[in-house]
Design a protein around this ligand. Structure first.
Ligand code: ACO
Length: 436
């Protein structure tokens, strides 16, 4: 094969057959261009091979931009640092879904619509009683979100923009209610209904921590910290769970089912499950003296142990969200009067030591969004098993935004990757009596 480009297309020629393919170069607004290989198989009879999709743009998107080398993250063009400093989760949700920051009136209407949908069908609430008390909350959330397909039949015409809008608001509004019910079920406490006079994060804390026999004043430090964490986790372009939602949704599946698939994909420790795994790891390390032993394990390829909360497919520099969360840890612990937090101290030392270690330097492994998030979740009383659920609540906005973008694109096609077959070549069936 040989190739040449004129900037707008790339001509690839198979010298053996003399056949060639003209691959258009597609340019985005920023970031690397992409070769459009749509006709490659037709023209040259070959596929591209990219396990893990490290070099493949699966779609065009206008939602989120990441420059992994520079450590840049933009939601609809706005830097994450500015949104974290000045915005709210509801405003960011509007921005991600609709592309622009809302006016005061638009924000009020949007927030009112989300509040309107916070309750879940009573039958859905009864589902929780079918789970064992020690079921992982992610298992319950994934199942109950998927089960929403069986309840909200009035909004599943994916080609109707109003249906899509109601679905979007429903999922964003109800996922905290489902998450809190999963938590209450684990505790054996009564479910707490939403309070629509509270903001999004405050209402979640209320549903998780209030009990019917006592007043529960929401701690503003906790609800602001949660709101900020939700902003930081709201979207991250074509990550594994978002790509899962897109792939499931591309079949025309019921959108609640597609979101449930996203929840399941998020659960893995290489993705959203890392926040839970980080705290488990810090507890396992225990003291600063043990750090070298665990770093050696992380570097040992035969050990399966990885430094959780470190490394990222796209960031080869500091994850900008990790920087914001680390600074926030200091503030939140101070405001909660818990400056003496041994796990946070240990995390800081671990980061410092790992960032000087040749193995991590050479591979550009930096702390990611989940390295410090668990410290904050713990400080505000959220149990470890609920960390990934918190991530799912925030990411529901990104999943819905990407699903909407995909479904409203007239060029949408079912997602269907190809493969490089390495199994047996054609052979004939042999009866069992003739097999040796
Ligand atoms: N600890 C030790 N070594 C690591 C780590 C780690 N956390 N992460 C990557 N490496 C090593 C790999 O072993 C590999 O080494 P090699 O080149 O000698 O074979 C090299 O760094 C490149 O790693 P890959 O696995 O190829 O990177 P990939 O992009 O496939 O994986 C991932 C990215 C899954 C995030 C990985 O870094 C990881 O497992 N990190 C720990 C889990 C984690 O924190 N996940 C959360 C990600 S952020 C999110 O989803 C919210």
């Amino acid at each position: 094969m040989s190739g040449k480009t004129n900037g707008t297309s790339f001509e690839l020629t198979d010298r053996a057959s003399g056949r060639s393919a003209l691959l258009p170069v597609r340019n985005g607004t920023i970031g690397p261009a992409a070769l459009d290989i749509g006709e490659l198989h037709h023209d040259l009879g070959v596929f591209t091979y990219d396990p893990g999709f490290g070099g493949t743009a699966a779609t065009e998107s206008r939602i989120t931009y990441i420059d992994g080398d520079a450590g840049v993250l933009l939601y609809r063009g706005y830097p994450i640092e500015q949104l974290a400093e000045r915005s709210t989760f509801m405003e960011v949700a509007y921005l991600l879904l609709l592309g622009e920051l809302p006016s005061a009136r638009q924000l009020q209407q949007f927030s009112a619509s989300i509040r309107y949908h916070t309750m879940i069908n009573e039958s859905l609430l009864r589902f929780f009683n079918g789970f064992h008390h020690n079921a992982h909350p992610m298992a319950m959330v994934s199942a109950v979100v998927g089960s929403m397909s069986a309840f909200y039949h009035d909004t599943t015409d994916i080609h109707n923009p109003r249906h899509r809008e109601i679905f979007s608001h429903r999922i964003i509004a109800k996922i905290p209610t489902i998450a809190a019910a999963a938590h209450k079920h684990s505790l054996g406490q009564p479910f707490i209904y939403p309070r629509n006079d509270l903001d999004y994060a405050g209402n979640l804390l209320h549903m998780m921590f209030a009990v019917p026999c006592e007043a529960y004043p929401v701690d503003p430090v906790a609800s602001q910290a949660l709101d900020l964490l939700f902003i930081l986790h709201a979207d991250h372009e074509q990550n594994a769970s978002t790509s899962t939602v897109r792939l499931a949704g591309s079949t025309g599946a019921n959108p609640y089912a597609a979101i449930s698939a996203g929840v399941s994909a998020l659960w893995g420790p290489a993705h959203g499950g890392a926040n839970e795994a980080v705290l488990a790891m810090l507890e396992q390390i225990g003291t600063v003296d043990n750090i070298p032993k665990y770093l050696a394990m992380a570097k040992d390829k035969s050990s399966h142990f990885r430094l959780m909360g470190f490394g990222h497919r796209v960031y080869k520099n500091f994850d900008p969200r990790a920087k914001i969360i680390r600074a926030m840890c200091h503030k939140v612990l101070e405001r909660l009067g818990r400056t003496d937090n041994p796990l946070f101290e240990l995390a800081l030392r671990l980061e410092e030591i790992a960032l000087k270690d040749e193995y991590f330097v050479a591979r550009k492994l930096y702390p990611n969004v989940d390295f410090y998030s668990g410290v904050i979740y713990s400080a505000i009383g959220i149990p470890r098993s609920m960390f990934t659920v918190m991530f799912a609540i925030a990411r529901s906005v990104g999943w819905v935004a990407h699903w909407q973008e995909m479904i409203s694109d007239p060029a949408m096609r079912i997602g269907r990757p190809r493969q490089l077959y390495t199994g047996p070549v054609r052979r004939d069936y042999v009866g069992v009596e003739q097999r040796g």
